[in-house]
Design a protein around this ligand. Structure first.
Ligand code: ATP
Length: 248
């Protein structure tokens, strides 16, 4: 492929480092994400996956290295300013309001983008209800949803800000197999809706990662030890030794 046909990366991370009281949690990580790519980020507990996401998103200030998003160095920006530029971060069920309905939660999710404390964009909310498969549950209080549905609501709230790059941290944690399969469809569907949208997914569930990822990045002790298609990563001796080989 000639240089002219390679699209500019959405995300370029170069030599990123994050220390906690001298402990190096992220140790010189470099990676890129292309428009429309779904990237799985895997590694043992404590490998630095969540810290990497949070440093890229600006929740942690990097100790060294750079983060370029859509060609702009965003290293000095607060998370809300990175979000305004199109980054979205979803954790395990932390931002939904349990006593409010699905639809009311989505309206709140739409507010930062519209900048108004009134109704969110009604069309966007309808589209999102379909995407996250909660049309029939629109009037149900978030607290009364199944665990998997709460996770989809979280993703829906993030989607209303129309992120160009979405970070998902362990989206299938605590889900049934059926819920995980549905979540894989949902994530693949995000790109079908908008082909330039990129997603980085942190997960321990390797079968799930295999279902959704175009590319897999493996972290070990704060560094990237493999980056490529799932089959190549699975066959990599270093990955086998440090992570996959030790999993039941
Ligand atoms: P898991 O799969 O268990 O979520 P992870 O790969 O996401 O793990 P991190 O949560 O990024 O790993 O943690 C990487 C290392 O940094 C761990 O040793 C952790 O204890 C440490 N760490 C993370 N956050 C902090 C913090 N706020 N203060 C001090 N140490 C931290």
């Amino acid at each position: 492929m000639s240089a002219a046909t390679v699209p500019a990366p959405v995300l370029e991370v170069e030599g990123l480092e994050k220390r906690f009281a001298g402990f190096v949690a992220v140790d010189g990580v470099s990676l890129t994400v292309a428009p429309g790519e779904i990237v799985g980020l895997i590694g043992a507990n404590g490998a630095g996956k969540t810290t990497l996401l949070h440093t890229v998103y600006g929740r942690h200030r990097a100790d060294a290295g750079s983060v370029r998003f859509l060609g702009e160095d965003v290293g000095a920006l607060a998370p809300r300013d990175r979000a305004r530029r199109g980054m979205g971060l979803v954790f395990q069920t932390t931002s939904i309001f349990p006593t409010l309905s699905v639809e009311e939660n989505l309206r709140l999710g739409a507010m930062p983008k519209s900048g108004r404390a009134s109704l969110g964009d009604a069309d966007a909310i309808e589209r999102t209800l379909v995407t996250i498969d909660l049309v029939a549950e629109r009037a149900v209080a978030a607290d009364d949803l199944a665990h998997g549905q709460q996770q989809w609501l979280e993703i829906g709230m993030a989607l209303l800000a129309e992120p160009t790059l979405l970070f998902l941290d362990e989206p299938t944690s605590g889900m049934t197999r059926a819920e995980s399969r549905r979540t894989a469809e949902l994530i693949r569907g995000l790109r079908a809706e908008r082909p330039d949208r990129s997603v980085i997914v942190v997960e321990h569930n390797i079968e799930f990662i295999a279902m959704i990822s175009d590319r897999v990045i493996v972290m070990h002790r704060g560094t990237v030890i493999a980056d490529g298609p799932i089959d190549a990563v699975r066959a990599d001796p270093e990955v086998q030794a440090s992570y996959l080989g030790r999993r039941g």
